[in-house]
Design a protein. Structure first.
Length: 300
């Protein structure tokens, strides 16, 4: 179960996560005032730097291969998290949540994701260790997710059916305080959304490595940066119009890697280079698309 690391490593990582969450609360949770984009970017960069340092630590203590696997898993999870942000932005805009409410919802999302990803990682790794055919099931799930992303339309001004249903029952306004019933409904919706994303992201990282410590820590490092990344990118997400195509390519790649793992061994350094190349390519292509005029963009 605790493959790749001793209990001391797991305990130390849990302490690191607790400290980072405490700092996150102090840095970004500032009542109803707007979050400083500079502070959000600073914390996002700090967390990314810490993830890189953690990869170096793993390289020194467990070998270069483990460090590269962590970086690859972290990039996959972080890139998929950006697509997750589109869903949250649509939900928050549709429900007209203010900054304070967004803080609370995202905090509960992070806390719930830490527990949920632990369950998914351990169950997924256990299934792969005991049933070889699970590789093909996970590969098929990833291919389906890639196709779904390829067909995805990034229209942030058209709420989906579930969001409209939530709007009717939440009854929240931009300046009103969330009632307990409304808050619980929104938390359930966010956790359900994360459950769907976990079905994609955990198998994607398991296609890179079967080390449960690497899979879990790479997931959690990416999740810890989600809240600050949301506030850093909330005004620019609409411009990343082509990113979901890049994510679809990455998911298709890791799906093929998992399905063919018995016959083809793709070095992790090649996987890392491919993931970085795809992200850079589609980020650059997105920058060349014509952004919507400011007046057409709904306000958070």
């Amino acid at each position: 179960m605790f493959e790749g690391a001793t209990p001391a490593y797991w305990i130390a990582f849990a302490i690191i996560v607790a400290v980072l969450l405490f700092v996150d609360l102090g840095l970004l949770h500032r009542g109803s005032r707007s979050v400083s984009v500079r502070a959000a970017w600073a914390w996002t960069v700090i967390l990314a730097g810490l993830a890189f340092c953690f990869a170096l630590f793993l390289s020194q203590t467990q070998g270069k291969q483990r460090g590269l696997e962590f970086l690859s898993g972290y990039l996959v999870e972080a890139s998929l998290s950006i697509d997750n942000l589109f869903v949250f932005l649509l939900m928050f805009r549709s429900l007209r949540l203010n900054i304070e409410q967004q803080h609370k919802v995202l905090l509960w999302r992070v806390l719930g994701a830490i527990v949920m990803r632990a369950i998914f990682v351990f169950v997924g790794a256990s299934l792969l260790a005991h049933f070889l055919w699970i590789e093909y099931v996970f590969g098929a799930i990833l291919l389906f997710a890639a196709i779904r992303l390829m067909r995805h339309q990034s229209e942030m001004d058209k709420p989906s059916g579930p969001i409209r249903w939530l709007m009717e029952r939440a009854g929240t306004g931009g300046k009103s305080r969330m009632e307990m019933r409304s808050f619980l409904l929104i938390i359930l919706a966010v956790e359900a959304t994360d459950l769907v994303f976990a079905l994609d992201s955990v198998p994607a990282v398991l296609a890179i490595t079967r080390d449960t410590f690497i899979v879990y820590t790479s997931n959690i490092f990416a999740i810890l940066g989600l809240r600050s990344l949301y506030f850093a990118l909330s005004h620019a997400l609409d411009r990343l119009r082509l990113l979901h195509y890049g994510l679809a390519v990455i998911l298709a790649f890791v799906a093929i890697k998992m399905i063919l793992t018995q016959w083809v061994d793709i070095p992790v350094i090649w996987s890392l280079a491919f993931i970085i190349g795809v992200l850079v390519l589609f980020a650059v292509l997105s920058s060349f698309t014509s952004p919507k005029p400011p007046e057409e963009q709904p306000q958070s």
